[in-house]
Design a protein. Structure first.
Length: 404
């Protein structure tokens, strides 16, 4: 079989590809009117009303209860444990203009911490060019730009989760804190908790659970509403909207299938996908505490309702494709397939955005684009796990610097 003859040039090719991604994201950021902070305006109000002692859920889509705070837009909602603790992301304790600046800065703080962790973990393993590739992957991801554009916590939470994966073995409790706050967006983080459970990382899980419970209790105490009733409010608000994208099987709703059943089927598919690839990797490859999270990261983008700001978690999988591309062991076919996979994981939401924009008034076509993207990503995730087994996983990574 013909071997990859581009191994010496692959870091340069990957760096060029990342810079191209950065250029596209920069152009789109300007085209989308820069930092609009649209999501800050909604989520800040939810947090602010809660801190003022009001139940925010009945206020969604209604006239302002407090004029100085304003009305919560109809499309907004959150989980009960995020109404108070969500201020860590949306700064409900600050005036709105200050909160806008806070969220903007938090994006860069989160990605800077992630890059520092990556640098410290791989500086003794990879060459400077190889390390440069890994450091470029997260900040040039389309969804980091998209999250920054809207002022959404998605990009921040994805950075926190990737940091938790990288430090989890040595710093269980810090990883638990990161996971707990990432659960402010359970559509990203909840399925990742399964891997911590499979790996018996109980210190991390219990710490995260403690944060979720504390956040839920804080919201209940602040609003004087029963915790179960708060959860009911959540299910009756944003996630139940008729236009809400529900995951891989979303388009079944256009054929009369109930949203609840679609969500349950998507959750089942995501869990089976994660568990199946987890078992496959454990049986076929020597997999360390980092790569084992890849299947859950992939599943998190199609297993339940989702928006484009949450896809930055795919940068984690893209980084491992980059590591594979920089190995001499890859065949030329696998090299170019991996290069395509990196591009898709980094920029697929850009293609989806263009498709959704073109079919702006056709919700069936818009949702079909999103589901097709989810299916492609699922296939790419299976391919990545197959390559990790085929080329020796962790042994491949530790040999990169030696050029073996």
């Amino acid at each position: 079989m013909k071997k990859n003859t581009l191994e010496n040039k692959s870091p340069v090719l990957l760096i060029a590809a990342m810079l191209l991604c950065a250029a596209v994201c920069a152009v789109l950021f300007v085209y989308l009117d820069g930092y609009t902070a649209y999501d800050v305006k909604g989520h800040w109000k939810i947090c602010r009303y809660t801190l003022e002692g009001l139940n925010p859920y009945p206020l969604i889509g209604q006239p302002a209860a407090i004029e100085s705070i304003g009305a919560i837009p109809a499309a907004f909602s959150t989980v009960p444990w995020s109404c108070v603790f969500g201020s860590a992301f949306y700064a409900g304790f600050l005036p709105l203009e200050a909160a806008r600046a806070y969220v903007f800065v938090m994006h860069f703080v989160a990605v800077a911490v992630l890059l520092l962790v990556i640098y410290n973990k791989y500086k003794g393993v990879l060459s400077k060019k190889q390390l440069a590739v890994l450091l470029l992957v997260p900040p040039v991801h389309f969804s980091f730009m998209y999250s920054l554009h809207f002022g959404n916590a998605g990009g921040i939470i994805c950075c926190m989760l990737m940091t938790a994966f990288l430090i989890g073995k040595k710093h269980s409790y810090i990883a638990g804190v990161l996971l707990g706050f990432a659960m402010m967006k359970p559509q990203i983080a909840a399925i990742i908790c399964l891997v911590f459970l499979f790996e018996k990382r109980f210190k991390t899980l219990f710490t995260a659970a403690g944060i979720v419970i504390a956040g839920w209790a804080a919201t209940s105490l602040a609003t004087a509403v029963n915790p179960i009733d708060l959860l009911k409010y959540t299910l009756e608000s944003g996630t139940a909207a008729s236009t809400q994208y529900l995951g891989l099987l979303n388009n079944l709703k256009y054929f009369g299938v109930s949203s609840t059943l679609i969500l349950l089927m998507n959750v089942a598919i995501g869990c089976v996908y994660t568990l199946g690839l987890y078992i496959y990797l454990k049986k076929r490859a020597r997999v360390d505490s980092v790569f084992i999270f890849v299947p859950a990261c992939i599943a998190s983008v199609f297993w339940i309702y989702k928006n484009g700001t949450d896809y930055m978690i795919l940068a984690f999988a893209a980084a491992f494709f980059c590591l594979l591309c920089m190995s001499k062991k890859l065949t030329a076919a696998d090299f170019f397939a991996s290069l395509f996979s990196v591009a898709w994981l980094q920029m697929s939401r850009c293609a989806v955005y263009l498709g959704v924009t073109f079919f702006e008034d056709n919700y069936f076509a818009r949702d079909l684009f999103k589901s097709a993207d989810g299916l492609i990503i699922a296939i790419v995730g299976i391919y990545l796990c197959r390559l990790w087994v085929k080329y020796g996983g962790e042994e491949l990574v530790i040999k990169l610097k030696q050029g073996k």
